[in-house]
Design a protein around this ligand. Structure first.
Ligand code: ZN
Length: 81
């Protein structure tokens, strides 16, 4: 089982992602209900192991949208252990 990462660590990791990369992620969140990419503006940051997970709601249907950001997406921005 992956060990949970504290909310704080996940937020720190997200904050290290360049803002243009953050924007690209936030503009293309996939809504499974609408079957399309949606742009979200409010989200919460969570983490499991060294992955960051964004939780948001679809602006069209209001359904929950999640985006896993894998360690390989973060390149050198891995959490130190
Ligand atoms: Zn939707």
């Amino acid at each position: 089982m992956p060990k949970p990462t504290s909310q704080f660590s996940a937020e720190l990791l997200w904050a290290k992602i360049p803002s243009n990369t953050q924007a690209r992620i936030l503009e293309a969140m996939w809504c499974a209900h609408c079957s399309k990419a949606v742009k979200i503006d409010t989200y919460t940051v969570h983490g499991i192991a060294d992955s960051v997970i964004l939780h948001a709601h679809c602006p069209d249907c209001g359904g929950e949208v999640r985006r896993y950001i894998e360690p390989q997406d973060l390149g050198p921005l891995r959490l130190s252990r």
